[in-house]
Design a protein around this ligand. Structure first.
Ligand code: GLV
Ligand code: MN
Ligand code: MN
Length: 417
């Protein structure tokens, strides 16, 4: 086997500056009032994808785009009988997001692949770096790119609409992609998928540990709840004669939060979006829509609690005299990472001289979907102050590079003979 990754050599070849440069450049695309807002199938998103494709080519990767806009950079292996070793993450952001979530895994993958090609030559297994479309669900449902690759993007996803009534298919077609149910093809040629990501929480920083090796990725249930009340005059309708959709939504949300807190353990619950109509200061709301996001790494606890929340919402609505529609948006089962890849990543961290610790991911990742078709592993680097999904998201360049070194060494161990 070739000599392992030499961290000083990565630094002396200028890769740390290059990594910072790539993150900074991507961080200029899709700026919003606060932080970044780069949603799939928009001009900003396409610009970022184009930049990544150019960087991939500069490192000697062959680039293609698939039907959903995933950018795939490839180094052809010497042995066509063995499967692909893939890495990557997503290029979209939440509204008001930071510069690292997703992007680190994309540009870190480009740098790891470029470094390996330059210093170790052609691998035995083909290596792919993938920039996935639409993981965050900030315009349509989440995981568009990785679901597509895993053959899990169904008709319902493709026809789902954004807030302006534009469907995934229409948005993709407008940019020249050929997205249709008939074309869905499952990739069967990927052996392993490794995703480098910021932790997005405070654990590694508090432990003073540079590298987290993910043991499992949380499961998620997301739903949109619409409360239907009655619009009335805010001054003339006595409080006990109203069907106030907004106030009922607040009561439901408080009851759901209490229900989750009582269950204890690792479960988390968030209402991140709420919208009332007609939305006037002096009108009782007729309709109030809100989202729920429920997560737990234990599948039976997650589904039990989800059902309990649905029941609780119905009870609260009946008490308040309003009706509710509850529509599930996303169901993702928790995924344990591959034991073999966890061992490979831990060995890689040791080889490059970095401490590591196991960690559970409370965030969803493209690796969740890729687990349908390949063994998956994830490397985390610390997030300053545990902040993420906000403009304050930050990881110092040397800590980002540490993650790239572990990723590169693990890819080297898997792809080179
Ligand atoms: C994606 O970042 C998620 O965890 O929602
Ligand atoms: Mn992410
Ligand atoms: Mn995210």
């Amino acid at each position: 086997m070739n000599k392992s990754i030499d961290v000083p050599s990565i630094k002396s070849q200028g890769y740390e500056q290059l990594l910072s440069y790539y993150l900074e450049e991507l961080g200029k695309v899709g700026t919003s009032e606060v932080g970044l807002c780069r949603r799939p199938f928009t001009a900003d998103y396409e610009k970022a994808a184009q930049m990544v494709a150019t960087w991939m080519r500069e490192h000697g990767l062959e680039v293609r785009k698939d039907e959903v806009g995933n950018v795939i950079g490839r180094i052809e292996g010497t042995n066509s009988q063995v499967k692909v070793i893939a890495t990557g993450s997503h290029l979209d952001t939440v509204r008001g997001g930071g510069k690292y979530d997703g992007m680190l895994g994309v540009v870190g993958g480009v740098i790891a692949a470029g470094y390996l090609l330059k210093n170790y030559g052609q691998p035995e297994h083909s290596i792919e770096v993938i920039a996935f479309t639409g993981e965050e669900g900030s315009r349509f449902g989440g995981f568009l790119g990785s679901k597509w690759m895993a053959g899990a993007l169904g008709e319902k996803d493709i026809n789902s609409k954004d807030e302006k009534g534009i469907s995934v298919k229409e948005a993709a077609t407008a940019l020249g992609y050929n997205l249709s149910e008939e074309l869905i093809a499952v990739r069967k040629d990927i052996e392993a998928f490794l995703e480098l990501h910021i932790e997005q929480g405070p654990v590694l920083e508090a432990a003073g540990c540079p590298i987290g090796i993910v043991s499992a990725i949380t499961g998620m249930r997301q739903a949109e709840v619409i409360v239907h009340g009655r619009t009335d005059h805010a001054g003339t309708t006595p409080l006990n004669m109203r069907q106030d959709a907004l106030l009922s939504a607040v009561k439901i949300i408080k009851a759901l939060d209490a229900c989750v807190r009582q269950s204890g353990g690792d479960t988390v619950f968030t209402v991140g979006q709420i919208d009332a109509n007609p939305g006037s200061v002096n009108v009782v709301a007729e309709r109030c829509a809100f989202t729920i996001d429920l997560r737990d790494p234990d599948p039976s606890k997650l589904s039990g609690l989800y059902e309990k929340c649905l029941e609780e919402a119905r009870t609260q609505a009946a008490q308040a005299g309003v009706k509710i529609d509850w529509q599930e948006i996303l169901t993702v089962e928790p995924v344990p990472c591959s034991v073999r890849l966890r061992e490979t990543l831990a060995a890689a961290a040791k080889t490059v001289g970095l401490d590591c610790q196991p960690i559970v991911s409370g965030a969803g990742h493209d690796a969740l979907m890729m687990a349908e078709i390949a063994a998956v592993g994830m490397v985390f680097v610390p997030s300053a102050g545990g902040r993420s999904h906000c403009s304050e998201e930050y990881t110092p360049a040397d800590q980002c590079l540490a993650g790239v070194c572990v990723l590169a060494e693990a890819v080297r161990q898997l792809a080179y003979n």
